[in-house]
Design a protein around this ligand. Sequence first.
Ligand code: SF4
Ligand SMILES: [Zn+2]
Length: 417
Amino acid sequence: MKLPVDVSRIYEGERIREDEAFVCLGEPGVELLRVSESLREGVVVSGRELEEMKQGEHLPFGLRVLVKGSLSRDAEGVLERRLHEFINYIQGVSHEGSRDNVRMRISREAVEKGLKLEHVGMVVAELLRKEYPAISQVSVEIITDEAAVRELEEQALEVYRQRDERAAELRDEDVDVFYACEICENHAPKHECIISPSRPSGCGSISWLEAKAAVEMGEQAIKPVRKGRVIDEAKGEFEGVNEHSRAKGRERVFLHSVFEHPHPQCSCAQAVVFYIPEVDGFGIVESTFKGKTPFGIDFATLIKQIGDGRQHTGFTGVSIAYLRSPSFLKGDGGWSRVVWITSGLREMLRGTIPEEHLEGILTEREAATVEELQRLMEGRKEEPESRHAQMVQVPGRWRLRVNFQNTEFRVKEIVIE
Ligand code: SF4
Ligand SMILES: [Zn+2]
């Protein structure tokens, strides 16, 4: 395959600033990989090619990949995730995000050398075949026509929903093995996602089922991790995960708590959960939200600070599927502890957030800053506490008003009768 630019792992960390870009693709941006029995091998571009675009344009982007071979459908998520990596190997091309939030920039220099979108498709097809001998044929369609991208987006959302639903049937307690994904180590050294049934990957592309299928297919970047003894069920601390994580310099990893030893994150997280000490609660912001968090910074700035593959107490990168998990931060009180989310997430998670908490969670529309959050929460301070408070009778004439938070509790009042 003869290309006008280089293709190598060394370009994976290459970032293309907007002023260096010939075009920015991904408004909207969506990619979908499917295992298919019938496909027409080759690469097609539907819509305008790079040479038909104008410098500085912002355009839609769709990437539809079909693969044929002895593959389980559960392998789709992992293969789809590899597209991000493969495209980033191309000199002068940067790819960010996953699923229906994909952004791609192509440098002026690469276009001047003659790079075409067709070449991007050829690289994807070639690397998929090379890395996965089980794949016999690949078909790639790159779409820049808006109506066709929207059509792909609609199909893709339904496929993502089915994948997430299938994966959500399992729980951490149902299995003895978790998985560790190292695909993002190149851009976040020592990063890995521990993927358990109750905690799908931060990028949202790899569930436990998909990680399992990938390992069975011989994927080297994903390793099985013995779950081992349960140390703390609520926080999601497991002996086998801690043992495994020590090789990466992490003493302990909590899958379901953001404090002390939270799960690390890279820049691919679909959303970030952050602790707001002033109100003793969590905020959540998703990668597609363009506004500011109550801290006064946007998602891009936040993920730059914490997406380095290290553990940052008070912060964790999560997928939308994990926000839907019954184990979502159960070591910290789950949804009862969330005080702020974006209005987009609030809509998306209607039906997931328990009714009794939904009304109490503020969005950027009501509280744009920590001060506003404090002021609004001050006005109803008693309400959430009384919601969880219970009277407990102790021997003698004493009764205690107690606030429960999972297994921990706080005595609010002693009543002597
Ligand atoms: S974000 Fe995590 S699960 Fe997703 S590709 Fe990167 S390391 Fe793997
Ligand atoms: Zn990443």
